[in-house]
Write a protein that binds this ligand. Structure first.
Ligand code: COA
Length: 157
């Protein structure tokens, strides 16, 4: 039987976390964003450097010791970078990471949580709606050759 562990990230996890984000992001957006734009946005080295600078606000999920998912929470109560490797989705890993993120927000006394999700990412939107999040606004973002809409979401209660 597999063992799921959620723990805080460490600086040396940066490259593995970036690899998880890259694979999960590319899979989730393969039908939404043109291939050239996808590549430009998921450059492994810059992603790894970014994660290395943020490691102390990141949680990771490990299955049998392998990093399979990640989530970040910033001091303003914003949940970001909730990603699970495609092969491990639908097994409760995302829920466990989400619970860890909410736990972090509550433990810092934040009364407000926020996140942004691609409006077209129906799986992720459904995941948050099932947990009581509601749309709070929208913004349009431009990436090379593409324009897309993001939903701002916050918990209903
Ligand atoms: C959204 C995501 C983090 C959920 O993680 P997960 O490990 O699959 O989630 P769980 O196994 O805990 O399942 C949670 C729920 O999502 C649903 N779900 C997850 N993946 C699904 C899929 N591919 N298709 C349909 N439903 C799915 C489950 O049915 C479950 O339903 P519930 O909310 O009623 O319990 C994961 O699918 C993912 O990494 N997606 C790609 C990256 C992404 O879009 N991240 C969000 C960016 S804002």
């Amino acid at each position: 039987m597999s063992v799921l562990e959620i723990r805080s990230a460490a600086p040396e996890d940066a490259a593995d976390i970036a690899a998880v984000v890259r694979e999960s992001w590319l899979d989730a957006n393969k039908n939404l964003i043109p291939v050239d734009s996808q590549r430009a946005l998921t450059n492994s080295r810059s992603l790894s450097a970014f994660v290395a600078g943020e490691w102390n606000s990141i949680h990771i999920a490990l299955v049998d010791g392998e990093i399979v998912g990640t989530v970040g929470v910033n001091p303003a109560g914003v949940i970001w970078m909730l990603y699970v490797l495609p092969a491990y989705q639908g097994c409760g890993v995302g829920s466990a990471l989400y619970d860890a993120a909410i736990g972090t927000i509550k433990s810092t006394g934040q009364r407000k949580a926020l996140l942004e999700v691609l409006a077209a990412n129906e799986n992720a939107v459904a995941f948050y709606r099932a947990r009581g999040w509601v749309p709070e606004g929208r913004r349009t973002e431009h990436i090379p050759g593409f324009r897309f809409r993001r939903e701002r979401e916050s918990p209903a209660d």
